[in-house]
Every structure is written in structure tokens, then in C-alpha cells.
Unconditional design. Structure first.
Lengths: 114, 113
């Protein structure tokens, strides 16, 4: 199993450009999440989804949009990139959110906005 | 208010010794979960151990154990017999509704040979 895959691994954007970070999981997980990790910090939740067609905001949603048209895919859209969005972005998924079900993380996308 | 606090930005431990990484949390929800993740320099997030708020016993996974003191709202990670490969950032996280994780700021562990 590939688990959670993210593309691209690295990206440099100019201020004002837009891009989509791709996330795919092959574990048939219902729950998917997007986090960002700023240098020297822990991860912060941007958006999450409890199933296809259902998304909700996390702690830091401004400047981002998401969609969940299938169970497998959960893309993150950046509109009008700003230097404050320079970060490492992690996608994660889990089957259910109770109990010992851990979140499986993708390898991350390192984004620089200049 | 910060919900997960890791007060040790950096820690050193001698190889083969045990080390404790501190984590305190704050929540009013009686049902919650606590996780520890390891992030090596390569950047990936590796799940280590989980403790549920209703679990009666402290969680253990190989060389990792979680010292869960519910009344003190602490969930410290204990790594026994440290290895050079344990050098990494360690994050404590608490699960809130619908699986959302709140992370602490992390502790950088360095294992000395």
C-alpha cells in the first residue's frame, strides 16, 4: 500500500500565484486532514473532511480552500499565495476518529512563497 | 489558551539511557486521546504511541511508554535505552472532536554516543 501520497514534494510560488496541493490515500479512510507546519513549530490544522462531500475549517483556514469529491482525494487550494503561507504542508487520514485510530501522514509538501 | 504544552525545546540523552519528554494538556472534554509523534530530520511524521482518556493503564509500545497522570493533565513520553536513531523532534498531540489533532511545539531530542 502507498498509504498517503502528496504531490508535489517541493514548490516555489511567486506572491499572488495559485496552486493545488494534491493528497491521495488508498486505505479507504473516511477522515482526511490538512495541516501546516511552520519552522520550529508543531502542526496546525487547516481543513478537514469527515467523508466525501463534507469539509470543515480547522484552526488556520484563511487563504485556503478544499474539496472532497471522492474518498481517496483531498486537494488543498491556495489562492493568491502570500509569504505567510511559506510552510510545510501535511495531509493525513484516519479510518475513524475514536479509539486508537492514529492519523497516517503523507510525506509533506515544502512550499516557499517569494 | 494553549492546549498542549511541551516545555522542553531541546533535550540531550546519553545512548542507552532513558529519557522523559514532558507534555501537559488542557481540555474540558472527558473523552480525548493523546498521541506522540516522532519527526526525524527527513520530515515525515511517525506515530509512536496513543493513550485514551479512559484507559486505566499506561500505554506501552516497545521502548516507548506513556506516563499518563490524568489529574495532573500530563502525558509524558518515556524512551528507554535510547538509540542514536531516536534523535528527532517529538510532538505531543491531543485529539479533539472528529479526530482533529492539536500539537505541541515539540521537543528536539539529541542522543549522544
Amino acid at each position: 500500500n502507498a498509504g498517503v501520497t502528496q504531490t508535489p514534494k517541493f514548490r516555489i510560488l511567486k506572491i499572488g500565484q495559485s496552486m493545488t496541493l494534491q493528497c491521495t490515500q488508498d486505505m479507504n479512510h473516511n477522515y482526511m486532514y490538512w495541516y501546516r507546519q511552520d519552522p520550529g513549530m508543531g502542526l496546525k490544522l487547516i481543513y478537514y473532511s469527515v467523508g466525501a462531500g463534507i469539509t470543515d475549517k480547522g484552526e488556520v483556514p484563511n487563504g485556503y480552500n478544499v474539496s472532497r469529491s471522492t474518498t481517496e482525494d483531498f486537494p488543498l487550494r491556495l489562492e493568491l499565495a502570500a509569504p505567510s503561507q511559506t510552510s510545510v504542508y501535511f495531509c493525513a487520514s484516519s479510518y475513524v476518529w475514536r479509539g486508537t485510530n492514529e492519523q497516517y501522514f503523507g510525506p509533506g509538501t515544502r512550499l516557499t512563497v517569494t | 489558551a494553549q492546549k498542549i504544552t511541551q516545555t522542553q525545546p531541546g533535550m540531550f540523552v546519553q545512548e542507552k539511557e532513558a529519557v522523559t519528554l514532558d507534555c501537559t494538556y488542557d481540555t474540558s472534554d472527558p473523552s480525548y486521546g493523546l498521541f506522540w509523534y516522532k519527526q526525524p530530520s527527513s520530515g515525515e511524521m511517525i506515530f509512536l504511541i496513543y493513550q485514551g482518556s479512559y484507559d486505566q493503564q499506561n500505554a506501552t509500545e516497545g521502548r516507548y511508554s506513556l506516563n499518563f497522570q490524568k489529574a495532573r493533565k500530563s502525558a509524558n513520553l518515556v524512551i528507554s535505552a535510547s538509540q542514536l536513531g531516536d534523535s528527532a523532534m517529538y510532538f505531543c498531540a491531543m485529539r479533539e472532536g472528529e479526530g482533529k489533532l492539536i500539537f505541541g511545539q515539540g521537543t528536539e531530542l539529541s542522543v549522544k554516543p
